[in-house]
Design a protein. Structure first.
Length: 84
């Protein structure tokens, strides 16, 4: 949906899936990714990426996206901590 310019619909669908399984880490990653790259809501992006890391610590993509978010927002020290 994101690739077809249906951002709001895609976000709503993924958000509704969290009601079924709030601890689904990879879904949190996808939500964080969508908020980071398809909206201007970096707070929600950070929240979902942080939750993804919390629920599935061995899953690499949320670390990359969160580091990118920190770089984009000038939080270089925090980005560097993720990359270590």
């Amino acid at each position: 949906m994101m690739y077809n310019n249906q951002v709001n619909e895609g976000l709503a669908l993924m958000d509704s899936l969290l009601y079924e399984e709030p601890g689904y880490g990879t879904l949190h990653n996808h939500l964080g990714w969508a908020y980071l790259y398809y909206t201007t809501d970096t707070a929600k992006a950070e929240l979902h990426l942080t939750m993804a890391i919390r629920f599935v610590a061995e899953y690499v993509p949320p670390y990359l996206h969160l580091a990118n978010l920190f770089v984009r927002t000038g939080r270089y020290d925090e980005a560097g901590k993720i990359w270590k």
